[in-house]
Design a protein around this ligand. Structure first.
Ligand SMILES: Nc1ncnc2c1ncn2[C@@H]1O[C@H](COP(=O)(O)OP(=O)(O)OP(=O)(O)O)[C@@H](O)[C@H]1O
Ligand SMILES: [Mg+2]
Length: 500
Protein backbone atom coordinates (compact mmCIF):
# COMPACT_ATOMS: atom_id res chain seq x y z
CA UNK A 1 0.00 0.00 0.00
CA UNK A 2 1.38 3.37 -0.95
CA UNK A 3 1.48 5.61 2.10
CA UNK A 4 3.17 8.72 0.70
CA UNK A 5 3.50 9.89 -2.87
CA UNK A 6 5.39 12.79 -4.41
CA UNK A 7 4.29 13.99 -7.83
CA UNK A 8 6.57 16.33 -9.77
CA UNK A 9 7.92 18.11 -6.71
CA UNK A 10 10.49 20.83 -7.49
CA UNK A 11 12.53 23.32 -5.52
CA UNK A 12 15.14 25.84 -6.67
CA UNK A 13 17.44 28.05 -4.63
CA UNK A 14 18.27 30.86 -7.01
CA UNK A 15 20.02 29.19 -9.95
CA UNK A 16 20.46 25.89 -8.04
CA UNK A 17 17.84 23.30 -8.92
CA UNK A 18 17.93 21.45 -5.63
CA UNK A 19 15.04 19.18 -6.66
CA UNK A 20 13.54 18.77 -10.16
CA UNK A 21 10.22 17.09 -10.83
CA UNK A 22 10.65 14.44 -8.17
CA UNK A 23 8.30 11.46 -8.25
CA UNK A 24 8.48 9.01 -5.39
CA UNK A 25 6.34 6.33 -3.74
CA UNK A 26 6.82 5.28 -0.14
CA UNK A 27 4.98 2.17 1.00
CA UNK A 28 3.55 1.45 4.42
CA UNK A 29 5.88 -0.78 6.40
CA UNK A 30 9.01 -0.20 4.33
CA UNK A 31 12.40 1.35 4.89
CA UNK A 32 12.96 3.41 1.77
CA UNK A 33 16.55 4.56 1.31
CA UNK A 34 17.48 7.78 -0.45
CA UNK A 35 20.96 7.63 -1.89
CA UNK A 36 22.93 10.35 -3.65
CA UNK A 37 26.18 12.26 -3.37
CA UNK A 38 26.65 15.45 -1.35
CA UNK A 39 24.34 18.18 -2.62
CA UNK A 40 22.14 15.88 -4.74
CA UNK A 41 18.90 16.99 -3.06
CA UNK A 42 18.15 14.40 -0.35
CA UNK A 43 17.69 16.87 2.50
CA UNK A 44 15.70 19.21 0.28
CA UNK A 45 13.25 16.42 -0.53
CA UNK A 46 13.08 15.45 3.15
CA UNK A 47 12.44 18.98 4.34
CA UNK A 48 9.69 19.49 1.79
CA UNK A 49 7.88 16.40 3.09
CA UNK A 50 8.49 17.53 6.69
CA UNK A 51 7.15 21.02 6.00
CA UNK A 52 10.29 23.03 6.73
CA UNK A 53 10.93 23.87 3.05
CA UNK A 54 8.18 25.01 0.72
CA UNK A 55 8.31 23.42 -2.74
CA UNK A 56 7.99 25.62 -5.85
CA UNK A 57 5.63 23.15 -7.44
CA UNK A 58 4.34 19.60 -7.26
CA UNK A 59 1.90 17.53 -5.27
CA UNK A 60 2.12 15.39 -2.15
CA UNK A 61 -0.40 12.63 -1.44
CA UNK A 62 -0.92 10.82 1.85
CA UNK A 63 -3.01 7.63 1.78
CA UNK A 64 -4.03 8.59 -1.74
CA UNK A 65 -5.30 12.04 -0.77
CA UNK A 66 -3.53 15.26 -1.81
CA UNK A 67 -2.40 17.19 1.27
CA UNK A 68 -1.08 20.69 1.78
CA UNK A 69 1.85 20.91 4.14
CA UNK A 70 2.09 24.50 5.30
CA UNK A 71 4.86 24.03 7.87
CA UNK A 72 6.45 21.58 10.33
CA UNK A 73 3.38 21.64 12.60
CA UNK A 74 1.14 20.88 9.68
CA UNK A 75 3.38 17.93 8.65
CA UNK A 76 3.22 16.64 12.21
CA UNK A 77 -0.54 16.80 12.23
CA UNK A 78 -0.46 14.60 9.13
CA UNK A 79 1.72 12.12 11.01
CA UNK A 80 5.03 13.03 9.36
CA UNK A 81 8.18 13.51 11.44
CA UNK A 82 11.83 14.14 10.62
CA UNK A 83 15.27 13.63 12.12
CA UNK A 84 17.18 16.71 10.94
CA UNK A 85 20.68 16.13 9.57
CA UNK A 86 21.81 19.31 11.32
CA UNK A 87 19.85 18.34 14.46
CA UNK A 88 17.10 20.45 16.01
CA UNK A 89 17.94 20.25 19.69
CA UNK A 90 17.84 23.06 22.25
CA UNK A 91 21.45 23.16 23.47
CA UNK A 92 20.74 24.49 26.96
CA UNK A 93 17.91 22.13 27.71
CA UNK A 94 17.98 18.61 29.10
CA UNK A 95 17.62 15.30 27.29
CA UNK A 96 14.12 14.88 28.77
CA UNK A 97 13.01 18.34 27.71
CA UNK A 98 14.31 17.88 24.18
CA UNK A 99 12.65 14.51 23.70
CA UNK A 100 9.31 15.89 24.83
CA UNK A 101 9.74 19.34 23.34
CA UNK A 102 7.80 18.44 20.21
CA UNK A 103 4.60 18.14 22.23
CA UNK A 104 5.31 19.39 25.74
CA UNK A 105 2.93 18.03 28.35
CA UNK A 106 1.52 20.95 30.28
CA UNK A 107 -0.60 21.54 33.35
CA UNK A 108 -3.30 24.11 32.99
CA UNK A 109 -2.09 24.62 29.46
CA UNK A 110 0.96 26.65 30.40
CA UNK A 111 3.22 25.02 32.95
CA UNK A 112 5.38 22.11 31.92
CA UNK A 113 4.56 19.04 33.95
CA UNK A 114 8.04 17.83 34.88
CA UNK A 115 6.95 14.38 35.95
CA UNK A 116 5.00 13.53 32.82
CA UNK A 117 7.78 14.98 30.74
CA UNK A 118 10.38 12.69 32.31
CA UNK A 119 8.11 9.67 32.14
CA UNK A 120 7.52 10.18 28.44
CA UNK A 121 11.19 10.72 27.73
CA UNK A 122 12.24 7.70 29.81
CA UNK A 123 10.47 5.34 27.45
CA UNK A 124 12.56 6.46 24.47
CA UNK A 125 15.80 6.58 26.43
CA UNK A 126 15.21 3.01 27.61
CA UNK A 127 15.12 1.83 24.00
CA UNK A 128 18.84 2.65 23.83
CA UNK A 129 19.79 1.17 27.22
CA UNK A 130 23.42 0.08 27.28
CA UNK A 131 24.57 2.05 24.23
CA UNK A 132 24.07 5.68 25.32
CA UNK A 133 27.56 5.94 26.87
CA UNK A 134 29.02 7.81 29.85
CA UNK A 135 27.36 10.96 31.11
CA UNK A 136 24.04 10.30 29.41
CA UNK A 137 20.93 10.74 31.52
CA UNK A 138 17.47 12.27 31.37
CA UNK A 139 18.68 15.47 33.00
CA UNK A 140 22.00 15.81 31.12
CA UNK A 141 22.17 19.09 29.20
CA UNK A 142 22.56 18.72 25.43
CA UNK A 143 25.62 20.92 25.09
CA UNK A 144 27.52 18.66 27.52
CA UNK A 145 26.91 15.56 25.41
CA UNK A 146 29.09 14.02 22.71
CA UNK A 147 28.11 14.16 19.04
CA UNK A 148 26.87 10.55 19.01
CA UNK A 149 24.80 11.14 22.16
CA UNK A 150 23.19 14.23 20.65
CA UNK A 151 22.35 12.24 17.57
CA UNK A 152 20.69 9.62 19.80
CA UNK A 153 18.61 12.34 21.47
CA UNK A 154 17.48 13.61 18.07
CA UNK A 155 16.50 10.02 17.20
CA UNK A 156 14.56 9.68 20.48
CA UNK A 157 12.90 13.02 19.86
CA UNK A 158 11.86 11.89 16.39
CA UNK A 159 10.58 8.54 17.67
CA UNK A 160 8.58 10.27 20.40
CA UNK A 161 6.31 11.79 17.77
CA UNK A 162 4.96 8.29 17.05
CA UNK A 163 4.46 9.49 13.49
CA UNK A 164 3.45 7.11 10.71
CA UNK A 165 5.98 8.52 8.22
CA UNK A 166 9.41 9.11 9.70
CA UNK A 167 12.37 10.56 7.83
CA UNK A 168 15.88 9.90 9.14
CA UNK A 169 18.27 12.28 7.36
CA UNK A 170 21.76 10.96 8.14
CA UNK A 171 20.79 9.84 11.62
CA UNK A 172 23.71 7.42 11.95
CA UNK A 173 26.70 9.51 10.82
CA UNK A 174 28.11 9.91 14.36
CA UNK A 175 26.95 6.58 15.82
CA UNK A 176 29.12 3.57 16.57
CA UNK A 177 28.36 0.02 15.49
CA UNK A 178 26.46 -0.97 18.66
CA UNK A 179 24.34 2.19 18.51
CA UNK A 180 23.50 1.61 14.85
CA UNK A 181 22.58 -2.02 15.54
CA UNK A 182 20.18 -0.94 18.28
CA UNK A 183 18.69 1.76 16.11
CA UNK A 184 18.12 -0.77 13.32
CA UNK A 185 16.31 -3.11 15.74
CA UNK A 186 13.98 -0.23 16.55
CA UNK A 187 13.46 0.54 12.86
CA UNK A 188 12.50 -3.11 12.25
CA UNK A 189 9.87 -2.83 14.98
CA UNK A 190 8.49 0.34 13.40
CA UNK A 191 8.27 -1.47 10.06
CA UNK A 192 6.30 -4.28 11.64
CA UNK A 193 3.89 -1.67 12.97
CA UNK A 194 3.33 -0.59 9.36
CA UNK A 195 5.15 2.73 9.59
CA UNK A 196 6.98 4.17 6.62
CA UNK A 197 10.62 5.07 7.05
CA UNK A 198 12.66 7.25 4.71
CA UNK A 199 16.28 6.52 5.51
CA UNK A 200 19.25 8.56 4.30
CA UNK A 201 22.84 7.48 4.80
CA UNK A 202 26.10 7.47 2.89
CA UNK A 203 27.11 4.14 4.38
CA UNK A 204 26.60 1.41 1.81
CA UNK A 205 26.68 -1.38 4.42
CA UNK A 206 23.82 0.25 6.36
CA UNK A 207 21.69 0.59 3.28
CA UNK A 208 21.97 -3.12 2.56
CA UNK A 209 21.40 -3.98 6.22
CA UNK A 210 18.17 -2.03 6.72
CA UNK A 211 16.71 -0.97 3.35
CA UNK A 212 13.81 -2.56 1.49
CA UNK A 213 14.06 -0.28 -1.54
CA UNK A 214 16.51 2.41 -2.59
CA UNK A 215 15.90 5.50 -4.69
CA UNK A 216 18.92 7.14 -6.27
CA UNK A 217 18.97 10.88 -6.70
CA UNK A 218 21.49 12.80 -8.78
CA UNK A 219 21.71 16.57 -9.26
CA UNK A 220 18.17 17.01 -7.91
CA UNK A 221 16.67 14.38 -10.22
CA UNK A 222 15.34 10.96 -9.26
CA UNK A 223 17.33 8.45 -11.29
CA UNK A 224 15.50 5.29 -10.32
CA UNK A 225 14.25 2.97 -7.58
CA UNK A 226 15.45 -0.58 -6.93
CA UNK A 227 14.58 -3.36 -4.50
CA UNK A 228 17.59 -3.79 -2.23
CA UNK A 229 17.37 -7.57 -2.74
CA UNK A 230 17.74 -7.07 -6.51
CA UNK A 231 20.66 -4.66 -6.57
CA UNK A 232 24.28 -4.32 -5.44
CA UNK A 233 26.68 -1.51 -4.47
CA UNK A 234 28.23 -1.32 -7.94
CA UNK A 235 24.84 -0.76 -9.59
CA UNK A 236 23.90 1.90 -7.05
CA UNK A 237 27.18 3.73 -7.57
CA UNK A 238 26.75 3.56 -11.34
CA UNK A 239 23.30 5.13 -10.96
CA UNK A 240 24.70 7.85 -8.71
CA UNK A 241 27.47 8.64 -11.17
CA UNK A 242 25.53 8.47 -14.41
CA UNK A 243 27.06 5.99 -16.79
CA UNK A 244 30.59 4.69 -16.68
CA UNK A 245 31.35 6.57 -19.88
CA UNK A 246 29.94 9.83 -18.67
CA UNK A 247 32.21 9.60 -15.68
CA UNK A 248 34.90 8.09 -17.84
CA UNK A 249 38.55 8.82 -17.94
CA UNK A 250 38.57 12.54 -18.22
CA UNK A 251 42.13 13.70 -18.61
CA UNK A 252 42.82 16.54 -16.20
CA UNK A 253 44.57 18.24 -19.10
CA UNK A 254 47.84 18.10 -17.26
CA UNK A 255 50.19 15.26 -16.74
CA UNK A 256 51.41 14.85 -13.24
CA UNK A 257 55.11 15.40 -12.79
CA UNK A 258 56.72 12.01 -12.73
CA UNK A 259 59.95 10.30 -11.85
CA UNK A 260 62.66 12.10 -9.99
CA UNK A 261 60.78 15.29 -9.12
CA UNK A 262 61.65 16.34 -5.57
CA UNK A 263 59.02 16.14 -2.89
CA UNK A 264 57.68 19.37 -1.45
CA UNK A 265 55.97 17.73 1.50
CA UNK A 266 56.13 14.24 2.81
CA UNK A 267 53.93 12.87 5.58
CA UNK A 268 54.36 9.56 7.37
CA UNK A 269 51.86 7.83 9.67
CA UNK A 270 50.23 11.06 10.73
CA UNK A 271 47.59 10.45 13.40
CA UNK A 272 45.42 12.95 15.20
CA UNK A 273 41.82 13.81 16.00
CA UNK A 274 39.68 12.56 13.12
CA UNK A 275 42.40 10.78 11.11
CA UNK A 276 44.72 7.82 11.46
CA UNK A 277 47.96 6.66 9.86
CA UNK A 278 48.00 9.11 6.99
CA UNK A 279 51.02 8.83 4.68
CA UNK A 280 51.58 10.62 1.39
CA UNK A 281 53.99 12.78 -0.58
CA UNK A 282 53.28 15.95 -2.55
CA UNK A 283 55.79 16.56 -5.31
CA UNK A 284 56.93 19.98 -6.37
CA UNK A 285 54.73 21.06 -9.23
CA UNK A 286 51.90 18.75 -8.34
CA UNK A 287 48.29 19.33 -7.30
CA UNK A 288 47.40 16.49 -4.97
CA UNK A 289 43.67 16.12 -4.38
CA UNK A 290 41.91 14.96 -1.22
CA UNK A 291 38.53 13.39 -2.01
CA UNK A 292 35.72 11.48 -0.33
CA UNK A 293 32.52 12.40 1.48
CA UNK A 294 32.51 15.46 3.73
CA UNK A 295 34.20 15.11 7.09
CA UNK A 296 36.27 11.99 6.52
CA UNK A 297 39.44 13.58 7.88
CA UNK A 298 40.49 15.71 4.88
CA UNK A 299 40.21 19.09 6.63
CA UNK A 300 41.53 17.69 9.89
CA UNK A 301 44.73 16.52 8.15
CA UNK A 302 45.23 19.89 6.43
CA UNK A 303 44.74 21.74 9.69
CA UNK A 304 47.16 19.40 11.44
CA UNK A 305 49.80 20.01 8.76
CA UNK A 306 49.33 23.73 9.21
CA UNK A 307 49.68 23.41 12.97
CA UNK A 308 46.19 24.61 13.85
CA UNK A 309 45.45 21.38 15.69
CA UNK A 310 48.76 19.53 16.00
CA UNK A 311 48.77 15.78 15.25
CA UNK A 312 49.37 13.32 18.09
CA UNK A 313 51.98 11.33 16.18
CA UNK A 314 53.67 10.99 12.82
CA UNK A 315 56.45 12.58 10.81
CA UNK A 316 56.33 15.56 8.45
CA UNK A 317 59.12 16.61 6.10
CA UNK A 318 59.04 19.93 4.29
CA UNK A 319 61.52 20.19 1.43
CA UNK A 320 63.42 17.28 2.95
CA UNK A 321 63.69 18.84 6.41
CA UNK A 322 61.64 17.73 9.43
CA UNK A 323 58.80 20.08 10.30
CA UNK A 324 57.33 20.37 13.77
CA UNK A 325 53.73 21.44 13.38
CA UNK A 326 53.61 22.63 16.98
CA UNK A 327 52.28 26.02 16.00
CA UNK A 328 51.10 27.81 12.87
CA UNK A 329 53.65 30.62 13.28
CA UNK A 330 56.50 28.15 12.84
CA UNK A 331 54.89 26.33 9.95
CA UNK A 332 54.18 29.64 8.20
CA UNK A 333 57.78 30.76 8.57
CA UNK A 334 58.91 27.46 7.11
CA UNK A 335 56.75 28.03 4.06
CA UNK A 336 53.45 26.28 4.63
CA UNK A 337 50.33 28.17 3.55
CA UNK A 338 46.75 27.31 4.44
CA UNK A 339 43.61 28.70 2.85
CA UNK A 340 40.20 27.73 4.19
CA UNK A 341 36.91 28.16 2.35
CA UNK A 342 35.41 29.16 5.68
CA UNK A 343 36.22 32.85 5.22
CA UNK A 344 33.96 34.13 7.94
CA UNK A 345 35.50 31.93 10.61
CA UNK A 346 39.15 31.80 9.72
CA UNK A 347 39.79 34.02 6.74
CA UNK A 348 39.03 37.70 6.69
CA UNK A 349 39.79 40.20 9.42
CA UNK A 350 36.40 41.86 9.50
CA UNK A 351 36.09 45.60 9.78
CA UNK A 352 39.69 46.17 8.59
CA UNK A 353 40.82 47.57 5.25
CA UNK A 354 41.81 45.38 2.33
CA UNK A 355 45.49 46.26 2.72
CA UNK A 356 45.56 45.00 6.31
CA UNK A 357 43.86 41.85 5.16
CA UNK A 358 46.59 41.14 2.60
CA UNK A 359 49.64 41.85 4.74
CA UNK A 360 49.52 39.75 7.97
CA UNK A 361 51.38 36.72 6.62
CA UNK A 362 54.12 38.87 5.14
CA UNK A 363 54.57 40.67 8.44
CA UNK A 364 54.79 37.35 10.22
CA UNK A 365 57.34 35.90 7.80
CA UNK A 366 59.27 39.15 7.85
CA UNK A 367 59.36 38.99 11.67
CA UNK A 368 56.87 41.84 12.07
CA UNK A 369 59.01 44.63 10.62
CA UNK A 370 56.46 47.34 10.01
CA UNK A 371 56.69 48.73 6.54
CA UNK A 372 55.62 52.10 5.18
CA UNK A 373 52.12 51.83 3.70
CA UNK A 374 53.51 52.66 0.26
CA UNK A 375 55.94 49.73 0.51
CA UNK A 376 53.13 47.49 1.72
CA UNK A 377 50.91 48.57 -1.13
CA UNK A 378 53.73 47.80 -3.55
CA UNK A 379 53.70 44.22 -2.28
CA UNK A 380 49.95 43.81 -1.91
CA UNK A 381 48.94 45.12 -5.33
CA UNK A 382 50.74 42.56 -7.53
CA UNK A 383 49.40 39.71 -5.41
CA UNK A 384 45.83 41.00 -5.70
CA UNK A 385 46.21 41.68 -9.42
CA UNK A 386 47.55 38.18 -10.08
CA UNK A 387 44.16 36.94 -8.88
CA UNK A 388 42.22 39.60 -10.80
CA UNK A 389 40.68 40.80 -7.54
CA UNK A 390 38.07 43.51 -8.04
CA UNK A 391 38.36 46.30 -5.47
CA UNK A 392 38.05 50.07 -5.40
CA UNK A 393 41.08 50.82 -3.24
CA UNK A 394 43.36 49.18 -0.68
CA UNK A 395 41.93 51.41 2.05
CA UNK A 396 38.36 50.16 1.58
CA UNK A 397 36.98 47.80 4.20
CA UNK A 398 37.17 44.09 3.33
CA UNK A 399 33.40 43.90 3.77
CA UNK A 400 32.95 46.11 0.70
CA UNK A 401 33.99 43.15 -1.48
CA UNK A 402 31.91 40.25 -2.78
CA UNK A 403 32.51 36.82 -1.25
CA UNK A 404 34.66 35.69 -4.16
CA UNK A 405 36.82 38.78 -4.01
CA UNK A 406 37.21 38.46 -0.25
CA UNK A 407 38.44 34.94 -0.82
CA UNK A 408 40.96 36.23 -3.37
CA UNK A 409 42.29 38.66 -0.75
CA UNK A 410 42.71 35.77 1.68
CA UNK A 411 44.67 33.85 -0.94
CA UNK A 412 46.69 36.87 -2.04
CA UNK A 413 48.15 37.21 1.44
CA UNK A 414 50.06 33.96 0.84
CA UNK A 415 51.44 34.99 -2.51
CA UNK A 416 53.65 37.88 -1.39
CA UNK A 417 56.23 35.46 -0.08
CA UNK A 418 55.90 32.28 -2.09
CA UNK A 419 55.21 29.32 0.21
CA UNK A 420 56.73 25.90 -0.52
CA UNK A 421 53.42 24.16 0.08
CA UNK A 422 49.92 25.49 -0.33
CA UNK A 423 47.14 23.69 1.57
CA UNK A 424 43.68 24.45 0.19
CA UNK A 425 40.80 23.43 2.45
CA UNK A 426 37.71 23.55 0.24
CA UNK A 427 38.80 27.01 -0.97
CA UNK A 428 35.94 27.82 -3.35
CA UNK A 429 33.03 27.53 -0.93
CA UNK A 430 30.54 30.21 -1.84
CA UNK A 431 32.44 31.84 -4.68
CA UNK A 432 31.08 32.17 -8.18
CA UNK A 433 32.05 30.31 -11.31
CA UNK A 434 34.34 32.91 -12.85
CA UNK A 435 36.17 33.44 -9.57
CA UNK A 436 36.61 29.67 -9.39
CA UNK A 437 38.05 29.54 -12.88
CA UNK A 438 40.52 32.34 -12.04
CA UNK A 439 41.45 30.60 -8.85
CA UNK A 440 42.19 27.23 -10.40
CA UNK A 441 44.15 28.83 -13.25
CA UNK A 442 46.30 30.54 -10.64
CA UNK A 443 46.71 27.36 -8.60
CA UNK A 444 47.91 25.53 -11.71
CA UNK A 445 50.37 28.33 -12.43
CA UNK A 446 51.73 28.21 -8.88
CA UNK A 447 52.21 24.46 -9.24
CA UNK A 448 54.05 24.94 -12.51
CA UNK A 449 56.37 27.36 -10.73
CA UNK A 450 57.31 24.50 -8.40
CA UNK A 451 54.95 24.82 -5.47
CA UNK A 452 53.48 21.66 -3.94
CA UNK A 453 49.72 21.96 -3.62
CA UNK A 454 47.17 19.95 -1.66
CA UNK A 455 43.56 20.56 -2.64
CA UNK A 456 40.59 19.34 -0.68
CA UNK A 457 37.44 20.10 -2.64
CA UNK A 458 33.96 19.04 -1.54
CA UNK A 459 32.78 19.31 -5.15
CA UNK A 460 33.83 16.22 -7.05
CA UNK A 461 34.04 18.05 -10.37
CA UNK A 462 36.57 20.49 -8.95
CA UNK A 463 38.72 17.65 -7.82
CA UNK A 464 38.47 15.60 -11.00
CA UNK A 465 39.19 18.64 -13.16
CA UNK A 466 42.13 19.98 -11.21
CA UNK A 467 43.96 17.33 -9.23
CA UNK A 468 46.81 15.35 -10.78
CA UNK A 469 46.33 12.59 -8.25
CA UNK A 470 43.49 11.96 -5.78
CA UNK A 471 43.64 10.36 -2.34
CA UNK A 472 40.17 9.19 -1.32
CA UNK A 473 39.45 9.56 2.40
CA UNK A 474 36.97 7.33 4.18
CA UNK A 475 36.57 7.05 7.94
CA UNK A 476 39.71 9.05 8.71
CA UNK A 477 42.04 7.00 6.52
CA UNK A 478 43.20 7.10 2.92
CA UNK A 479 41.22 4.38 1.22
CA UNK A 480 42.54 4.64 -2.33
CA UNK A 481 44.87 6.57 -4.57
CA UNK A 482 43.59 7.45 -8.03
CA UNK A 483 46.12 8.37 -10.69
CA UNK A 484 45.94 9.04 -14.42
CA UNK A 485 42.91 7.46 -16.08
CA UNK A 486 41.72 6.08 -12.74
CA UNK A 487 40.53 9.55 -11.80
CA UNK A 488 36.87 8.92 -12.57
CA UNK A 489 33.77 9.79 -10.67
CA UNK A 490 32.94 6.09 -10.46
CA UNK A 491 36.22 5.21 -8.75
CA UNK A 492 35.92 8.22 -6.49
CA UNK A 493 32.45 7.20 -5.32
CA UNK A 494 33.33 3.56 -4.99
CA UNK A 495 36.19 4.32 -2.60
CA UNK A 496 34.16 6.96 -0.76
CA UNK A 497 31.10 4.77 -0.20
CA UNK A 498 32.87 1.53 0.64
CA UNK A 499 32.17 0.46 4.23
CA UNK A 500 34.73 2.22 6.36
N1 LIG B 1 18.87 26.99 2.06
C1 LIG B 1 19.56 26.84 0.92
N2 LIG B 1 19.93 27.91 0.19
C2 LIG B 1 20.60 27.77 -0.97
N3 LIG B 1 20.94 26.59 -1.50
C3 LIG B 1 20.61 25.47 -0.83
C4 LIG B 1 19.91 25.54 0.42
N4 LIG B 1 19.71 24.27 0.85
C5 LIG B 1 20.27 23.46 -0.08
N5 LIG B 1 20.80 24.18 -1.09
C6 LIG B 1 21.46 23.62 -2.28
O1 LIG B 1 20.60 22.66 -2.86
C7 LIG B 1 21.34 21.52 -3.30
C8 LIG B 1 20.81 20.28 -2.63
O2 LIG B 1 21.13 20.36 -1.25
P1 LIG B 1 20.69 19.24 -0.20
O3 LIG B 1 21.00 19.77 1.14
O4 LIG B 1 19.31 18.83 -0.48
O5 LIG B 1 21.71 18.05 -0.58
P2 LIG B 1 21.92 16.63 0.12
O6 LIG B 1 21.68 15.59 -0.92
O7 LIG B 1 21.14 16.55 1.37
O8 LIG B 1 23.50 16.66 0.43
P3 LIG B 1 24.35 16.08 1.67
O9 LIG B 1 24.62 14.64 1.35
O10 LIG B 1 25.62 16.88 1.61
O11 LIG B 1 23.58 16.30 2.92
C9 LIG B 1 22.80 21.83 -3.03
O12 LIG B 1 23.36 22.37 -4.19
C10 LIG B 1 22.73 22.87 -1.93
O13 LIG B 1 23.88 23.70 -1.96
MG1 LIG C 1 21.62 16.38 3.33
Amino acid sequence: MIKLKLNGVSKAYGATKALSQANLDIEAGEVHVLMGSNGSGKSTLSKIVAGSVKPDSGEILLDGQPITITGPQSARSHGIAIFYQELSLAAHRTVAENISLANLPSRAGILVDQETLEERAQHYVTLFDGVTGDGFSLDAVIQDLRADQRQLVEIMKTLSTEASVIIFDEATSALDRAQVDRFFEILRTLKQQGRSIIFISHRMDEIFAIGDRVTIIRDGKIVGTKRIADTNPAEIITMMVGSHDEAGAKPAGHSAPTGAVASALSVQNLTGRGFKDISFTVRKGEILGFGGLHGQGQSAVLRALFGAIPPTSGKIDLDGKPLDPANPRQTIRHGVAYVSGDRAREGVITGRPILENVMPIHYLRDRMKLAHPVVSAGKALPALQALRTKFAGLGFPISSLSGGNQQKVVIARWLIDRPAVLLLDDPTKGIDLSAKTDLFALIRKLAEEGMGIVLYASEDAELLDNADRILVFNGGSIRRELTGAERTRYNLYQAAYEAA
